[in-house]
Structure formats: C-alpha cells, structure tokens
Design a binder for this molecule. Structure first.
Ligand code: BES
Ligand code: MN
Ligand code: ZN
Length: 496
C-alpha cells in the first residue's frame, strides 16, 4: 500500500475515486459541498430523494458525477457531527477502505481527514488512517493453496490537508504510520503461523532477519546449554517436556548516544502452551499457538523502531519455548532455582509464562535498564477482568504506568491499570520454596504480576497482560498486532 498527501479541491482531483463525508442529518462536509456545487447539486438531489442521510456506515458510490474529473465519488455517512470521536473516525475509515477495495478503485483521494475530532490534528488523523487501512486490508492466506484474490485492489490513498502548512506533519504521519503498520503485520503474521512452523528456533531466525534492516541492530541467541550455564533454570523447567530446543533471543537496537541506559522490552514466547503436565482442556487449545504474541509484538516494535531510526537505545528479550507434557516434563510440586537465586515451587505447570519471564527479567539487569516492560499473554483471568478491549497494565512505578496509559489512549490501543498492592503478595506463599508459581483463583492477573514483581525490584518495570487483546477468537480468528501501536506511541513520546 502506498500513501500520499496533498492540498487541493475535490473537483480538481484526477483519480479513480474521491472520498467525501456526509454527516447526519443530511449535512455536507466542505468537500462534499464543493462536489455538490460543481455538479449542479447532484449530491443534494440524492440526499433529498433519500439515497443517503449521513448515518454512520452508509455509503454511496457514484460514477460520472458532472463537473468532476475523478472517475468516482464515494459518499460516506459519518453519523452525527457531535458524536464524531476517535472510535467513530476509525470505523468510517475502515468502511471506506473496504468499499474501495471491493469496487475496483485502485487509487483514491480522501477528504475524510477533514472530519472534526476534538483534540486531534491532521497528524493524528492521517496516522490513524494509515494504521486502520493496514488493519482493514490485512489477510493471512499464505497457507491456503487457493487465495481469494481481489482483481483490482486498492493500491494508493492520498490524504488531503487544507493548507500547505499541514504537509510536513502529514508526511511524518504517513512515515510513522507505515512503519507501525508494517511492524503490526510482522507481529500478526508471526502470531498466526501455527506452532509446527513458528517454533522457538523459527522466532530466533526471524529476530536474526532484523539485522538486515539496520546497522544499529545486533542479535544474539542463547541455546539451552548456555542458559543452563547462566542458571536460567525456571525458563528451562518449562522446556523439559518438549523436543523443541528453547532459545533466549536478545535484540539490541542502539540508536541513542553511547552509554545511555536502554528501554528493555521482554516478550513471552511460548510457541505452544498445552499447559504441560497440568494439561489444558481440548476446547480451543489451538489458540495457544498465540502464546507467543508478546514475543511477536517485541519483534514488530523493533522492526518499526529500526525503520524509523528512532534515537533510542532498546533491548528486546524473548524467552522462547514450547510448554508440553512429556516423560521428563516438570511436575507439580517440583522446586526450581531461578536465575535470581530465588526458589520457585511449580504448583501448576500451566502457569509457565511467569517462569520464563522471571529469568528474562533477571537477565535484563545486565543491560542496566532505564525501564523494563514485559508483554505477555499471561492469564486467562485478564480476559475475565477486562474482556478483549483493554490490555492489563501493572507496574511498580506510577509515572511509567501513566505514560503507557496515555500512549494507549493516543494510539487507540488502550490499557487499563490493575493494582499491584503488597496485600496480594501473600497469595504466593509456599511452605517449601521462596514462592509458589500460582496464587489461587482470586485476582489471577494481579498475582501473576506479583510473581513477576519479585524479579523486577531493581528497575522501573511495567507488565502488559495481552491475553484478551493479542488475538480475536471465533469465525474471524486472528492476531490483532496489539500492543504494537501502544508501544510505538510510548517510544515516539520518549523521542519528543
Ligand atoms: N497462556 C496462558 C494464559 C491464557 C489463557 C491466555 C487463555 C489467553 C487465553 C497461561 O500460560 C496460562 O495458562 N495461565 C493460567 C494460569 C493459572 C494456571 C494460574 C490461566 O490463566 O489459567
Ligand atoms: Mn499456561
Ligand atoms: Zn501460557
């Protein structure tokens, strides 16, 4: 997909399609009015006859509109002006993209950037439009032998801005939007690939590919023997049941001044989670191929960071393994010594995410981090608490939590904070080890984060539980690419 930006009137556009908005009830946007004026009230007449009122989601594709050079005009209903907000805007953009892609316009000039959203400028509107376009046109069909091809797909969209002054921020919005959209696509592709393809070794290979993107990237992959030597026994305890070798993948992006402390992103990379000896029920177990969505988000984010050459120092750490039952698998009650030295009683082998993340957190200390953020499909309880709309956020540092919440609001990839109070820590008591790996039925997302917090005492840390947001279930099952937009917004905010 290609994007462009320009200023100019709709009647002057030589293109396959001009997109203009109509609000409820029967209110023409400035661009729609311009089309109406040049066409001798063509649009007003249609509205009077009741062909379109402006309700959100209504659409009318017109051909050969008098006075217009463009082949087509797409009228889009935008709902009531006072109801227009971030969410409605994204929906309107998605409708228009879907329509264009299905009706043969390979190129379009959009005036939907003129929609008024409180507090949002052209930079925001254009960046969001690029992201929504990538999201709407995404398909995962690489494993189908017969692909559903669109004969004349949408190839290029040009966004309009009122004056030349908005051109530079508009260009920046497109550059950033494209990088983030491509990072999201990488994340989604990796996540959608089944576990017989996307193994820990495969993730390591994908990380190594990133080196080609930028001279500022270095990748290091530790194998099981090296992890054993370091003492990463809780991570390795999860890998005992599988024949797939576990990997510890480290990606370092050095875009900042020498000696600057890095932001560390840790992504849970369980390429398939059967639960291990505490095996999961059969229903929907296929979805546990998505248990590496945190890892995929780290890779997608680093891709976008490198493409934008952001002036930051970032380290991505991906502990990657399968969680399988087997003759030498870890058993409930086994006690393991973590890299930190703390001993863990594994009461449930299905609480494996925290076992690989805790060693990765300790490992991150050697980078002397400014901030550590882990991203993980960690608890089913998070889906119960927040559903599929918000990512769970827990942190030991309020300013960091606030920055992440704000980045979520701006990007539309939102998180919601849960408490990490001392009171909850008691649920992790073990009679035999320093701590247990589960905290009972109450507050499952919080006790999982409490477990991680025991390994995050030496730095500012935040945990994103993406169990509900990383993929959708049902007939449109698929990875969402979240929380790449949130993380990218957070990192972009750090640059300014
Ligand atoms: N990967 C799962 C969490 C999960 C489950 C995410 C379903 C999305 C949908 C994680 O490893 C897990 O199994 N967690 C357990 C923890 C429990 C044993 C304390 C869970 O949530 O049931
Ligand atoms: Mn599990
Ligand atoms: Zn898991």
């Amino acid at each position: 997909m290609e994007f462009g930006i320009k200023s100019g009137n709709p009647e002057k556009q030589r293109t396959a399609c001009v997109i203009v908005g109509i609000s409820e009830t029967r209110r023409l946007s400035a661009a729609a009015k311009a089309v109406d004026d040049i066409s001798n009230k063509y649009i007003s007449n249609l509205i009077r006859r009741g062909d379109i009122e402006g309700k959100a989601g209504q659409m009318l594709l017109l051909h050969n509109v008098p006075g217009m050079i463009a082949d087509r005009v797409l009228l889009i209903g935008c709902g009531r002006e006072r109801d227009m907000n971030e969410r409605e805007y994204r929906k309107v953009i998605a409708y228009s993209i879907r329509c264009l892609n299905q009706t043969g316009s390979m190129e379009a000039v959009s005036y939907l950037t003129d929609l008024n959203i409180k507090g949002r400028d052209y930079y925001w509107k254009i960046k969001q439009a690029v992201l929504v376009t990538g999201d709407t046109l995404y398909r995962f069909d690489e494993l189908k032998t017969k692909k559903n091809v669109t004969r004349r797909p949408l190839r290029k969209i040009i966004f309009t801005v009122p004056t030349r002054r908005e051109l530079p921020p508009g260009e920046r919005a497109i550059t950033e939007g494209q990088a983030i959209a491509t990072g999201m696509k990488l994340t989604r592709d990796l996540a959608n690939r089944p576990a017989n393809i996307c193994t820990p070794g495969y993730l390591a290979g994908q990380a190594r590919q990133l080196v080609k993107l930028s001279d500022l990237i270095q990748v290091k992959v530790h194998d099981e023997a090296e992890m054993k030597k370091m003492g990463m026994h809780t991570l390795l305890s999860v890998a005992r049941g599988t024949h797939e070798p576990a990997k510890l993948i480290t990606i370092e992006y050095k875009g900042a001044k020498k000696n600057s402390k890095p932001i560390v992103l840790i992504g849970k990379g369980v390429t398939f989670d059967t639960g291990g000896i505490s095996i999961k029920p059969a229903l929907d177990m296929d979805e546990m191929k998505y248990d590496m969505c945190g890892a995929a988000a780290v890779l997608g984010t680093l891709y976008a960071v490198a493409r934008l050459a952001l002036p930051l120092h970032i380290v991505g750490i991906i502990p990657a393994t399968e969680n399988m039952p087997g003759g030498s698998a870890t058993k409930p009650g086994d006690i393991i010594t973590s890299l930190s030295g703390q001993t863990v009683e594994v009461l449930n082998t299905d609480a494996e995410g925290r076992l690989i993340l805790c060693d990765a957190l300790t490992y991150s200390e050697r980078f002397n981090p400014e901030i550590v953020i882990d991203i993980a499909t960690l608890t089913g309880a998070c889906v119960i608490a927040l559903g599929r709309h918000a990512t769970g956020l827990l942190s030991n540092h309020n300013a960091l939590a606030r920055d992440l919440l704000n980045a979520g609001e701006t990007s539309g990839d939102r998180a919601w904070q849960l408490p990490l109070w001392e009171e909850y820590q008691a649920q992790l008591k073990s009679p035999f080890a320093d701590l247990a790996n589960i905290g009972g039925r109450d507050a499952g997302t919080i006790t999982a984060a409490c477990f991680l917090s025991r390994f995050a005492g030496k730095f500012e840390w935040a945990h994103l539980d993406i169990a509900g947001t990383a993929w959708t279930s049902g007939k449109d099952k698929g990875a969402t690419g979240r929380p790449v937009p949130l993380l990218m917004q957070y990192l972009l905010d750090k640059c300014s």
